[in-house]
Design a protein around this ligand. Structure first.
Ligand SMILES: Cc1ncc(COP(=O)(O)O)c(C=O)c1O
Length: 424
């Protein structure tokens, strides 16, 4: 029997990030020594108070309300007000099994096309495809750290005609590590307002910010049209808990009503014990603030180390300012790679994995053309608990400690450097 499949999902492949993770796990199981720069998972343990709350609430076995546990919605609203000056009431908060699902459902229920900066996170495009939405990637420039500008957004909207427009802006950014400033967001907000755009501001990395500035959210500049998403996966290091949050402003009441219905007809509600654990994360944040800041300091160091090494190798790479990622490109080696028969990012990443055991994702997974030689690097292949225990502070690190605390990052860079030297 050959079942006939919905044509909108027929050509969909497994998510690039999840599939490289599985491939690396398989290679490692076969005994291959892989430096894994392909998957962006928080490398730290979940904070003790969150784990304790999960254990203490294991007996909760009833379905919770569709939008989420009332105490959790209250805690999330309070947290976003206190930490980010964002004005959302508990009624504006929705809880889902990861922000990925909430972004999908919101995009699913909205008409119109989807705009994303290129490069952008791997899943926005396929999610739009599942819904039959047209995707408009807006190319950004390396010189501007791959950040969307108001001028480019305006130009893209201008070509789209009257249809409803939706934008997803991720800040801090996966795949580039870029962080937007308030003035940049204000300019983008003016264009969003002019086109009455609906924006999802994906702020899942909001607390992993190396700039020392207060986190800037588009919702502070365009509150009437900005939906904010976040959750436990990155800053709280609990991706496997699968708990995401979405904050939808009062002005977008029709989206709130539709989302409530879609949730009630799909996942019903997130697992009860996980929601109780999340109450601890959001309502007792002061107790884990220092721990989360330390995790961020370590991520900053790890990303900074890779950045320095990439520049030394002659790669182009904007300086990472947040999240777990860097986006170097191999354009300076384009001619030598061409002589080796490598003309696309996919070929390049395949060659690096098979010949050197170093895993990256190609720029084409992030809406760049196939010939783009940019790659996404996740800077988290280290044991966060061990690094935390031995952490002497960034100023006291030296090459020997780099090798001891971040062996896979150092080894991956050494292998990459060998690969590039052998091209000569
Ligand atoms: C930019 C971005 N948005 C959203 C997500 C989804 O996070 P979750 O579904 O775990 O909340 C991720 C996860 O990798 C991400 O990198």
């Amino acid at each position: 029997m050959i079942p006939s499949i919905n044509p909108l999902v027929l050509n969909l492949k497994e998510s690039a990030t999840l599939s490289i993770n599985m491939m690396v796990k398989r290679l490692r199981k076969e005994g291959k020594d892989v430096c894994h720069f392909g998957f962006g998972q928080a490398p730290f343990p979940v904070a003790g108070i969150i784990q304790e709350a999960l254990r203490a609430n294991a007996h909760h076995n009833t379905y919770l309300p569709t939008e989420g546990l009332p105490e959790l919605r209250e805690a999330v609203s309070h947290f976003y007000r206190k930490e980010f000056d964002l004005d959302f009431n508990p009624d504006d908060v929705f809880i889902g099994p990861g922000s990925k699902e909430l972004i999908f459902q919101t995009s699913y229920l909205l008409e119109g096309s989807l705009l994303v900066p290129a490069p952008s996170w791997v899943s926005y495009g396929p999610q739009a495809t599942i819904r039959g939405k047209r995707l408009y990637p807006i190319e950004t420039s390396r010189d501007n750290a791959y950040k969307l500008t108001a001028i480019d957004l305006d130009r893209a909207c201008h070509h789209m005609g009257q249809q409803q427009k939706m934008l997803i802006l991720n800040n801090p950014n996966n795949p580039t590590g870029a962080v937007y400033r308030e003035d940049e967001l204000e300019e983008i907000a003016q264009i969003c307002r002019a086109y009455k755009m609906i924006v999802i501001s994906d702020e899942i990395y909001a607390m992993i910010d190396f700039t020392g500035r207060k986190h800037a959210s588009l919702a502070n500049h365009y509150p009437e049209g900005t939906i904010v998403s976040g959750g436990l996966s990155k800053s709280f290091a609990a991706g496997g808990y699968r708990l995401g949050v979405m904050l939808i402003p009062e002005e977008l009441m029709s989206i709130k009503c539709a989302l409530r219905s879609v949730i009630s007809e799909t996942f019903s509600a997130v697992s009860s014990p996980i929601q109780y654990a999340a109450v601890a994360a959001y309502s007792r944040f002061d107790e884990i603030r220092d721990e989360i800041q330390l995790n961020t300091d370590i991520c900053r160091y790890a990303s900074g180390y890779l950045h320095r090494r990439f520049l030394e190798m002659g790669l182009n790479c904007p300086e990472p300012a947040g999240a777990f990622y860097l986006f170097p490109d191999f354009e300076n080696y384009a001619e030598k790679l061409r002589q080796k028969g490598i003309l696309t990012g996919i070929k390049l990443t395949e060659d690096l994995l098979s010949s050197k055991g170093v895993a990256f994702l190609p720029g084409s997974d992030f809406y760049f053309p196939a010939t783009n030689l940019g790659v996404r690097v996740a800077a988290v292949d280290f044991d966060g608990a061990a690094v935390r225990d031995a952490w002497p502070g960034a100023d006291n690190m030296d090459e020997a400690l780099n090798r001891r605390l971040f062996p896979r990052l150092v080894e991956g860079c050494d292998r990459l450097s060998d690969y590039l030297e052998a091209l000569d």
